[in-house]
Design a protein around this ligand. Sequence first.
Ligand SMILES: NC(=O)c1ccc[n+]([C@@H]2O[C@H](COP(=O)([O-])OP(=O)(O)OC[C@H]3O[C@@H](n4cnc5c(N)ncnc54)[C@H](O)[C@@H]3O)[C@@H](O)[C@H]2O)c1
Length: 477
Amino acid sequence: MAIKQTKMKITSICCIGAGYVGGPTMAVIALKCPHIKVNVVDINELKINLWNNNNLNKIPVYEPGLKKIIKKTRNKNLFFSTDIKKAVNQSQMIFVAVNTPTKTYGEGKGMAADLTFVEKCAKTIGEYSYSDKIVVEKSTLPVRTAEKIKEILELNANPGVSFEVLSNPEFLAEGTAIKDLFKSDRVLVGSDQTESGLLAAQSLVKIYENWIPKNKILTTNVWSSELTKLASNAMLAQRISSINSLSAICEKTGADIEEVSNAIGYDKRIGKDFLKSSVGFGGSCFQKDILNLVYLSRHYGLTEVADFWHQVIKINDYQKNRFTRCIINELNGTIKSKKISVLGWAFKKDTNDSRESASIYVTDNLLNEGAEVYIYDPKVSKERIIDDLKNIWEAKKISEVDIKSKLIRLKIVDNYEDCFKKASCISILTEWDEFKKYEWKSLIPKMENQHIIIDGRNILSKNKMDKLTKKYISIGR
Ligand SMILES: NC(=O)c1ccc[n+]([C@@H]2O[C@H](COP(=O)([O-])OP(=O)(O)OC[C@H]3O[C@@H](n4cnc5c(N)ncnc54)[C@H](O)[C@@H]3O)[C@@H](O)[C@H]2O)c1
C-alpha cells in the first residue's frame, strides 16, 4: 500500500523512543526546523518526566550542548510526552528510535536483534493512524526489517490509510552527539525505489536540508541503508580490535602502541581516527550490531564472513580479560581483600551511558577474585552502576548469597579522593578529561605501598607517571 499523495510538506513529526538517539536527534531537528512541531514520546513515564524537568541538570541524557538546545526548544516546538497514540495521530512522519538489544531468549539468543519493541511500535502506528504516514526507521535494524514493519503496519491499518517505510539510521556518537548532529559526515535515507517511496524519501531529505549540505545527504534503497549502519559500526569496532590486538604484540616486543598507531595513521588510506588502543570498546551499539551482522551472515550461510566479524568481539573480550589479569599479576597473583579502585564507569567520556562499558566486566572479574572495589564516575549514577552489575549477575544466574557478598565489597564514591586512600591499585577505565587534571603527585602517596596505576585508556603521560609511581602500566606501552 503506497502513499497516494505527492510529496508531503512536513509540519508535524513524532519520535517513539526518548533515549540517547530520540532525545538529542529530535532536539536538533526542533532547533533547526522551527516550522516543524516535534513530539517525542516514550512508554517510560519516569524518563519523560525527567525530559520535562525544570532543572536541566536532570534530563536523562548527558551530552555536551544538549541542555542549551532543550532550553531553547522545549515547549516551543519540542514536546515530551507519554501519549503515543495522540502523537502518532497528529504526525505526518513518525520516527522509530526504540531500543533493539541483543535477544536474550529463543532463536538467535545472544546474537540476533530483539525486534519486540520495534514491532510493538509498528502495531501502535498502524492502529492509531487515521491518515497516511511516513514511518522512519531510526533504530539500528537487521537488513530487511522494513519489510516486516510494513507487514505489521498493513495488518493493523485503518481503512484507506497508507504507509511508506524509510530507513534513516543514526550515526551520532555518544559524547559528541550534538556536534555530530549539527555537522553530520553524512545523512542516509533509504527508501523503496517506487514513485511514492522516492517522494517519501524527498520529504525527509527536505527536513535535513534545513542544516545539512545537500551533497552530504545520501539516498539509497532501503536494504543498503539498513546494512550500511551495521557495516559502519562493524568497521569502526574492527579498527579498535585491530589496534588492541597489536597492543598485545607491543607489550611482548617493546614496541609502543601509541607510536605504532600514530605512524599507521599517517597513511591516508588508513587515517588517524579510531586507532586508539584501550581496555576495549563498550557502548550499547558495537557489540550488539556486530553480533547482529554475524547472525545475519550465518542465516545466509556465509560462515567465513560470520567468523571474520565475530573475531572483532572475541578480541574485545580478550582485551578486557587481559586487563584484569594484568591487575592480578601485578598484585602478586592475588587481589583478595585488596582495595582496587576503578576510575570511570561510562563507556566513554562525556556521556552518562554505561551500557556494555568495559568497567562492568572488569569490576565483575575483580569482585570474583575477592577484591574490594571502589568506583568513581563523574556522571554515572550509583543506581545505574548497581543495575549494570546486577544485570550481568542475573544473566550469569549468580546466587543471591554471592550477589550479597559482592555488593558488600563494592563502594561507589562521590569523591575520587576516596578511591586513593589505602588502594593497592588504581585502574582508569574511562578517558574522562578530569582524570588527567588530578594532582597525581599528592594523591599517589595516599595509596598502599605498591602504588600501582593501570591506565586502560593511555590518558596519562608515561614519563610523568613513571616518576610518580612504583609502577605505571598502560596498554601496549
Ligand atoms: N545510543 C547510540 O549511540 C546510538 C547511535 C546510533 C543508533 N542507535 C540505535 O538507536 C536505537 C535506540 O538507541 P538508544 O541508545 O536511544 O536506546 P535507549 O534505550 O536510550 O532508548 C530507547 C527508548 O525507547 C523506549 N521504548 C521502547 N519501546 C517503546 C515503545 N513500544 N513505545 C515507546 N517507547 C518505547 C524506551 O523506553 C527507551 O526510552 C537502537 O536501535 C540503537 O542501536 C543508538
